[in-house]
Design a protein around this ligand. Structure first.
Ligand code: FAD
Length: 337
């Protein structure tokens, strides 16, 4: 990190977009005593945002399998911020399992990731009694957590208001019409200013059953369907998620079959579960799939959180705050015009 001269002191801040990126920025800035106004074009249900469709896994060590080290670095910092601001969120760790025929892929996952403990069949049963007898080996990542996006976004919005910030739902804001410092957290809608952004489709299914109880996200290592099952409470589970280079938000028959088939592999009782919802969101991604904080005088753009919005938003908001307060620059994610 190094110091640079920053454009503003402690003037009011306008944030556009109340998804997970904008919400964490508004929260940390309001708590730091800045006058914050957060504009969101949809209503408080946030169904138009990618954040509405997310799994909400906070899994910096599991992500080591495919992501750059910066994701783990910022993700570990975010976990601390989630714990500090939402101590009631579930931090029960994550469990990774595979069938014996997929042992080579399981060992590869173990090799590429850290922060885990190896489990035998008894260890898997001790953590998740519902999986007794189903898997002979597992990897347990005890420090990881997960949040329920559709519960946590309203809680963050309430915390922003409590800290003195103003939230305007149904407000389609245009940065060029706004005076002063603007933080653009519009996700994929920011393509007018960030043409290299693309949407990566993630499909998900919510099912309901009283027959299975899980305490933490379970990832299934599988050569064709890398799937996770996330407990959502009240007998509901989210099955996720595909990753497809397409920008429509429909769920294909093939994806649905794969997600449901893989859930059935995790536990046959999921075969009797009721389907509650099919849905898809478009993850905002830059060509390198890494997040960026772009600083152009009075305008800061935070975008490209791709598969890691919930994992990264708190740490990115903290970096933006450190820049505004002390002029600090994190060279891995910040770019100054
Ligand atoms: C199926 C799926 C599963 C996922 N699982 C995970 C996971 O387990 N863990 C994880 O960390 N990440 C996950 N992600 C990724 C995560 O959802 C995204 O990285 C994150 O939602 C991006 O958040 P954002 O706030 O940048 O964008 P968004 O959530 O899209 O928010 C942008 C907001 O800006 C608003 N907006 C746009 N234009 C304007 C305007 N002009 N004026 C006012 N408001 C405006 C939009 O309405 C929207 O609400 C998942 C994504 C998908 C699709």
């Amino acid at each position: 990190m190094y110091q640079t001269s920053r454009p503003r002191g402690d003037s009011p801040v306008t944030i556009i977009g109340a998804g997970i990126t904008g919400a964490w920025h508004a929260l940390l800035l309001a708590e730091a005593g800045r006058a914050v106004t957060l504009h969101e074009r949809s209503d408080a249900a946030m169904t138009e945002s990618t954040s509405h469709w997310a799994g909400g896994m906070l899994a910096p060590w599991c992500e080591e399998e495919a992501a750059e080290p910066v994701i783990t670095r910022l993700g570990i910092r975010s976990l601390a911020l989630w714990r500090q601001h939402l101590p009631e969120a579930a931090f029960n760790g994550s469990l990774v399992v595979a069938h014996p025929r997929d042992r080579a892929d399981f060992e590869r996952f173990a090799r590429l990731t850290s922060g885990h403990r190896r489990l035998d069949a008894e260890g898997v049963r001790a953590l998740e009694p519902a999986l007794e007898g189903r898997f002979g080996a597992g990897l347990f990542y005890p420090e990881e957590g997960h949040v329920e996006p559709r519960r946590v976004l309203p809680r963050l919005h309430a915390a922003i208001a409590k800290a003195g910030g103003a939230i305007k739902f149904g407000s389609d804001a245009e940065a060029d019409d706004l005076d002063g410092l603007v933080i653009d957290c519009r996700g994929l809608a920011a393509r007018d200013r960030e043409p290299s952004l693309r949407g990566v489709k993630g499909e998900m299914i919510v099912i309901e059953t009283a027959e299975v109880e899980l305490l933490r996200p379970v990832r299934l290592i599988h050569p064709r369907w890398p799937l996770y099952v996330i407990p959502r409470g009240d007998g509901r589970f989210m099955l996720g998620a595909t990753s497809i280079e397409a920008e429509d938000n429909g769920v294909s028959v093939r994806s649905a079959l794969e997600l449901l088939g893989a859930a059935y592999v995790v536990h046959p009782a999921f075969g009797e579960a009721r389907i509650v919802e099919f849905g898809a969101g478009l993850r905002p991604a830059f060509p390198d799939n890494l997040p960026k904080i772009r600083i152009e005088q009075e305008r800061i753009t935070v975008n490209g959180l791709y598969r890691h919005g919930f994992l990264l938003a708190p740490a990115l908001a903290e970096l933006t705050l450190a820049y505004l307060a002390r002029g600090e620059i994190d060279n891995e994610v910040m770019q100054c015009a």
